[in-house]
Design a protein around this ligand. Structure first.
Ligand code: SF4
Length: 364
């Protein structure tokens, strides 16, 4: 199993996607040009990607362009929104009818597909034939928060391949074990993650956190375990990652990932909204990079969840390149290495920031 995770920072999802596809050498990974390739974006609802819920259309377009330019012609885009939401509305809003036509791809609303029953780890589910019969799946999840599972990314995005009946069953069964079970059945050959502005805490968006980062991996479980840290969690905090580890579906130790950064983040002014804006009141940014600032927001959210935010008192967390050579009280990332209390990283990860803030709040 390939344990590499590629990271890239920037504001152009199309270019970033191409760079990740090249880094993964996706054409060699897929192999035979006749293979039927299924591309799976995340359209939980019909929402603009800037709201933090849906995959940026530029990413899907860059994948299609890359595949066409490398001689692949049997292309499918497949997705089914959550129960009660019309997938066609997302296709229309996000420009997928034109996209499919331009690249000669089939566009499939998985809700209208045929389904076959599959049982995995004691969970019986109806999975669409498009996914079961694919030769190669490219998963395009959004890394974002989720009100029930805390986080949604590679494994949970596979729910879009289920019938509505199975989606309801998954909720009845508590989501965690079923999500791990589908990840054992459907194993995408490549995952390109949209972490441009995923939502802080809801899969349907509304509180996007500008992160300006994308990632790629071929290993769903390890990728999710690594992504949990970017959201301020340990892999075991996310029930379906823990279940996947217990079931032996994959490695959930992020220390086993080989993280390869294709570039470094650059300073950018973030404009947080909603809860993220409230949490940003605890920060004192000065030329902060969005990936680093997003990690701090996720760490502050964890502090809030643990009831520790108020224990920080009136202290504001320093972050950004403007703090180089300065001595703030608490700071984040290598730019703030001169702080009395600081956490390493460039960008710093949310789980490391959370641990540092927790200790500072508890006076350890
Ligand atoms: S440590 Fe400094 S340079 Fe590195 S990501 Fe954070 S703010 Fe940017």
């Amino acid at each position: 199993m390939d344990n590499r995770i590629f990271l890239i920072y920037g504001k152009d999802p199309g270019k970033m996607t191409k760079a990740l596809l090249e880094a993964e050498d996706a054409a060699s990974l897929i192999g035979d040009r006749g293979k039927r390739i299924v591309i799976k974006p995340n359209f939980v609802i019909a929402g603009d990607p800037s709201d933090g819920a849906t995959t940026h259309t530029e990413i899907t377009e860059a994948v299609l362009e890359y595949l066409r330019d490398n001689g692949f012609a049997n292309l499918v885009i497949a997705e089914g929104s959550w129960v009660g939401s019309a997938t066609e509305e997302a296709f229309r809003l996000l420009g997928y009818y034109g996209l499919a036509e331009r690249y000669g791809a089939e566009l499939i609303n998985t809700k209208r597909d045929r389904f076959r029953k599959v049982t995995s780890h004691g969970i019986t589910m109806e999975i669409c034939e498009t996914a079961l019969d694919a030769d190669f799946i490219i998963n395009l999840p959004v890394l974002k928060g989720h009100c029930q599972t805390l986080m949604t990314h590679s494994m949970k995005n596979l729910k879009g391949f289920l019938s509505d009946r199975s989606k309801r069953d998954f909720h009845r069964l508590g989501l965690m074990k079923p999500i791990a079970a589908i990840a054992d059945v459907i194993r995408p050959g490549l995952i390109i993650s949209d972490s441009i502005c995923g939502d802080l805490d809801f899969e349907e968006g509304g509180t996007p956190v500008e992160t300006n980062r994308m990632m790629a991996s071929t290993n769903s479980v390890l990728f999710d375990a690594f992504a949990a840290g970017l959201m301020g969690y340990k892999p075991e905090d996310i029930g379906y990652i823990k279940e996947a580890g217990k079931m032996g579906i994959g490695d959930i130790d992020p220390a086993h990932a080989e993280v390869i950064e294709l570039n470094k983040p650059v300073a950018s002014s973030a404009r947080p909204r909603g809860t993220a804006q409230r949490l940003a009141a605890y920060t004192a940014p000065d030329d902060a990079c969005s990936a680093c600032f997003a990690s701090l927001i996720h760490a502050l959210k964890r502090m809030d969840e643990e009831g520790l935010l108020r224990k920080l008192g009136s202290r504001k967390i320093a972050i950004g390149q403007g703090y180089k050579g300065k001595n703030p009280e608490i700071g984040v990332g290598v730019c703030c290495s001169g702080a009395d209390i600081s956490v390493k990283g460039c960008p710093a990860s949310a789980d490391a920031i959370f641990n540092m803030l927790k200790e500072a709040a508890l006076g350890k």
